[in-house]
Design a protein around this ligand. Structure first.
Ligand code: SAH
Length: 399
C-alpha cells in the first residue's frame, strides 16, 4: 500500500481541476516516511482520495500520475505509452509506423502533456531516447523501458536512457546514462527531418540529442531564406542552418558557445550540403558576436537556452531576452526578418512579447509580427497544465 500525503484544508482545489502538481506548501503531513521517487496517495484534509503520484524534494512535492486510485505497475506504463503513441498516429496519419522517408524523429512522451510528468521520450529512427526529470521516473526507468519495448515492438530496437544532466545527483549515484535495450551496434545516429539528415548526439548532446520541437518553425524559416544572409544564433546542432541552406540562403552563419555543438553543426551541414561554401560556423558567445558583427544579416534566428529555470529568475530572464533582442534589432538590415524564441516554461507568451516589444521600442525600428510560433503537436499541452506550453516564438519583419 502506498504511503499517504495529507493536504491542508482547502488545498485540494487544483487537483480537482486536474492540475498535476502538489506544491510542498499545500501539504499538512505525510504518513510513513516515503523516500523521494516513491509513489504516494494524496488525500484531502477530510480524507478523500485525490490522486497518486511520485513524491519528490522541492517546491513541487508530488507529480500526479493518476487521478484514479490505481496501482502504478507495468500495465499502467503500457497504457499511458500506447495512448501517447495513439495520439502521434493521429498527428501524423500519413506516416507508417510513425515514420516516413522524410521524417523519422518525433516526441513520443511530453511529460504532463502525455499524463507522465517528469518523463520525456524522443524517437530517432529506431532508437528511443528517454529522459527522466523526476526521481520517480528514474526509479521506474526499467519498468518503463520494458513497457516501451512492448508498445513499440518492431518500430524501435534501442532505448537509450539519458538523465545525467536532468537528475544530476541521483542518476550519477546508480549508473545514469546507458542503453536499457539494444546498443550502439544497431543504433544509427543519423535521423531525418523533412528530408534533411542530422546526427543525433544522444551520448554527449543536450536534451535528448536534438531539438525536435523546432521542426515546424525550421520549415517556416526555409520558406523565408531565399537570397538572404542568415545568422543562426544559438545554433546547437545547426537545425535552422541547413533548412536555410535548402531554402536558398545566400550565406549562413551558425554561432554557438559550445565548440562541440559547432563541430556537430559542421558535420550536419556536410551531411546535407557537402562542400557548400555558403556556410560558416563560429564557436563564440552570443553577446560578444552580436556586438562585433556587422550589419550584413537580413535573417536572424535567436533561439537561446531557457533563461529562467525557476520563477524567481523571471525578472533577470526577461531582461536577458530584452537585451538579446535589442542587439538583433540594432543590427538587422532594413527589410530583415527575425525569428526569436523563448523556451523558458516560466516565461509566458505575454512576458516574452513584452520583452521583445521593449527591445523593438528601444531600437526605434518599425516592427511587424508576421507569425506567432509555438511547439508542434507531438509536444502536446494538457489543458489543465498551461505551464506545458513552453516554446514561444515570434517572426518579425523589421523595416
Ligand atoms: N536552435 C537550436 C537549439 C538551441 S539550444 C536547434 O534548433 O537545435 C541553445 C544553445 O545555446 C545550446 O547549443 C547552447 O550551447 C547555446 N548557448 C548557451 N549559451 C550561449 C551563449 N552565451 N552564447 C552562444 N550560445 C550559447
Amino acid at each position: 500500500m502506498y504511503k499517504t500525503v495529507h493536504l491542508k484544508k482547502g488545498k485540494e482545489e487544483s487537483l480537482g481541476r486536474f492540475h498535476p502538481w502538489v506544491f510542498s506548501g499545500a501539504i499538512h503531513h505525510i504518513d510513513g516516511r516515503p523516500e523521494e521517487g516513491d509513489v504516494v496517495r494524496v488525500l484531502s484534509a477530510d480524507g478523500k482520495f485525490l490522486a497518486v503520484g511520485h513524491i519528490q524534494i522541492g517546491s513541487i512535492a508530488v507529480r500526479v500520475l493518476s487521478f484514479d486510485d490505481i496501482t502504478i505497475d507495468r500495465d499502467f506504463w503500457k497504457q499511458r505509452l500506447s495512448a501517447a503513441y495513439g495520439v502521434r498516429k493521429s498527428i501524423f496519419p500519413q506516416w507508417e509506423n510513425q515514420k516516413s522517408e522524410l521524417t523519422n524523429a518525433f516526441r513520443l512522451i511530453h511529460g504532463e502533456g502525455d499524463g507522465l510528468p517528469g518523463l520525456v521520450i524522443d524517437v530517432y529512427d529506431r532508437t528511443a531516447v528517454m529522459q527522466a526529470h523526476s526521481v520517480g521516473m528514474h526509479v521506474s526507468r526499467h519498468e518503463i523501458a520494458d513497457a516501451l519495448g512492448e508498445v513499440m515492438e518492431g518500430i524501435i530496437d534501442n532505448i537509450y536512457y539519458k538523465s545525467e544532466n536532468t537528475l544530476a545527483y541521483k542518476a550519477s549515484e546508480d549508473g545514469g546514462n546507458g542503453f536499457l535495450k539494444g546498443g550502439l551496434a544497431t543504433a544509427s545516429d543519423i535521423a531525418v527531418e523533412n528530408g534533411l539528415k542530422f546526427h543525433v548526439d544522444w551520448l554527449g548532446g543536450q536534451k535528448t540529442g536534438f531539438f525536435v520541437d523546432q521542426r515546424e518553425n525550421r520549415a517556416l524559416l526555409e520558406h523565408y531564406a531565399k537570397g538572404r544572409k542568415v545568422l543562426n544564433m544559438f545554433c546547437y546542432t545547426g537545425g535552422f542552418s541547413f533548412y536555410a541552406m535548402r531554402g536558398g540562403a545566400e550565406q549562413v552563419h551558425s554561432v554557438d558557445s559550445s565548440s562541440r555543438a559547432i563541430d556537430i553543426t559542421r558535420a550536419n551541414v556536410e551531411l546535407n550540403f557537402p562542400g557548400d561554401a555558403r556556410h560558416e560556423a563560429f564557436a563564440e558567445d552570443a553577446f560578444k558576436y552580436l556586438d562585433r558583427m556587422g550589419d550584413q544579416y537580413d535573417l536572424i534566428i535567436l533561439d537561446p537556452p531557457a533563461f529562467a529555470k525557476h520563477k524567481d529568475a523571471l525578472r533577470n530572464a526577461l531582461m536577458g531576452y530584452r537585451k538579446l533582442n535589442a542587439k538583433a534589432f540594432e543590427k538587422i538590415r532594413p527589410g530583415g526578418i527575425l525569428f526569436t524564441f523563448s523556451c523558458s516554461q516560466v516565461v509566458t507568451k505575454d512576458n516574452f512579447r513584452t520583452a521583445v516589444f521593449t527591445a523593438a521600442a528601444m531600437s526605434g525600428r518599425r516592427v511587424r509580427i508576421l507569425h506567432q510560433l509555438t511547439q508542434p503537436a507531438d509536444h502536446p499541452v494538457s489543458i489543465y497544465h498551461p505551464e506545458g506550453e513552453y516554446l514561444k516564438g515570434l517572426v518579425l519583419y523589421v523595416e
